[in-house]
Design a protein around this ligand. Structure first.
Ligand code: TLP
Length: 346
């Protein structure tokens, strides 16, 4: 049976060039700062993002956590969209490990935050209140269907933050998808933020790892916090080598994933019993709704899975499909045919 795994771009397998780079990687003890491959990846990442320095971490979750711990102290507050990954899906790490209090404001359907909501959430100095320290953005926005935030929106949020003496962290797990979709250099999307985390292990297909970027002082403190959370990884060049290949070879091809996602979305939109807003499909994530009440989204996902098409039921009546390296145009046709067949049989 042909398997079309659209659950996430995290299922991507390393490319042959990555396996070769892993095999040949020069390594050393990264906790002593002596792994040449990690050092090279960090330099490349900082350069790509237009930031002074970078830190290799084990995962996107670790990257966001380390950044939050670096920006905020115990009892401080960060302002974040109510659908943000950092708020919904990171096991409450900032509160559990840092005593950092999240304050949510509504995410708009396009992943943005309303500036008036953000401003209203910034606390005045008062003994009763936590101290507002940080605003957290997400680009692309996972739960908002892979929406790409524009440089203008990011800049506006950063200006507001600056007026109030707050920092901005960007969860840029899929920042290269945003850059490719918007046709801008990734630097444009991160210029105004104080820190950014991006993932090598999603659309860029490396097996492991993320990078946090910011200024020298921030990265020095983040390096200490990475140690605290047990993220000093010794001969990490073994995995960082694949990250270098990811940055060198896997960015431009994200456009293929976006084209496949569009084709998938167009096909799904034609199937009775499903609903989706095509204007919302900008990158490699397709979120659609099961309108037909003959079965639940989890039951639909299970039935599709039995026929080799894997996707995720998320909250409410919604399901998510993600395109990535390893999914070709004809896999999309197979997936659509299977969805049609299952829905027809209801
Ligand atoms: N997202 C995963 C799951 O956790 C839901 C996925 O399949 O999309 N920020 C964003 C925006 C993410 O989407 C993710 C992973 C992370 C951070 C965390 O990255 P990892 O999984 O490397 O810890």
């Amino acid at each position: 049976m042909r398997i079309v795994d659209l659950r996430s771009d995290t299922v991507t397998l390393p490319t042959p060039a990555m396996r070769e780079a892993i095999y040949r990687a020069e390594v050393g003890d990264d906790v002593f700062g002596e792994d040449p491959t990690v050092n090279r990846l960090e330099e490349m990442a900082a350069e790509r993002m237009g930031k002074e320095a970078a830190l290799y971490v084990a995962s996107g979750t670790m990257g966001n956590l380390v950044a939050l711990l670096t920006h905020c102290g115990r009892g401080d507050e960060f302002i974040v969209g109510h659908l943000a990954h950092t708020f919904l899906y990171e096991a409450g790490g900032s509160a559990a490990l840092g005593g950092v209090h999240p304050r949510t404001v509504p995410n708009q359907p396009d992943g943005t935050l309303d500036l008036a909501d953000v401003e209203a959430a910034i606390r005045a100095e008062n003994v009763h209140f936590p101290r507002s320290r940080l605003i957290c953005l997400e680009n692309t926005h996972n739960r908002c269907g892979g929406a790409a935030l524009t440089p203008e929106h990011t800049k506006a949020v950063c200006q507001l933050a600056q007026w109030h003496g707050l920092a901005v962290h960007l969860d840029g797990a899929r920042i290269f998808n945003a850059a490719v979709a918007l046709g801008v250099d990734v630097k444009e999307l991160v210029r105004d933020v104080d820190s950014v985390q991006f993932c090598l292990s999603k659309g860029l297909s490396a097996p492991v790892g993320s990078v946090v970027c910011g200024d020298e002082e921030f990265i020095y403190q983040a390096w200490r916090n990475r140690k605290i959370v047990g993220g000093g990884m010794r001969q990490a060049g073994i995995i960082a080598a694949a990250g270098i290949v990811a940055l060198e070879q896997m960015v431009d091809r994200l456009a293929e994933d976006h084209a496949n996602a569009r084709r998938l979305a167009e096909g799904l939109a034609e199937i009775p019993g499903l609903a989706l807003d095509l204007d919302r499909v900008q990158t490699n994530i397709v979120i659609f709704e099961l309108v037909s009440e003959r079965l639940t989204p989890a039951e639909l996902a299970a039935k599709l899975g039995e026929r080799g098409v894997r996707l995720l039921a998320i909250e409410g009546r919604r399901l998510r499909a993600v395109t990535h390296y390893g999914i070709e145009a004809d896999d999309i046709e197979v997936a659509l045919a299977v969805v049609r067949e299952v829905i027809d049989q209801l």
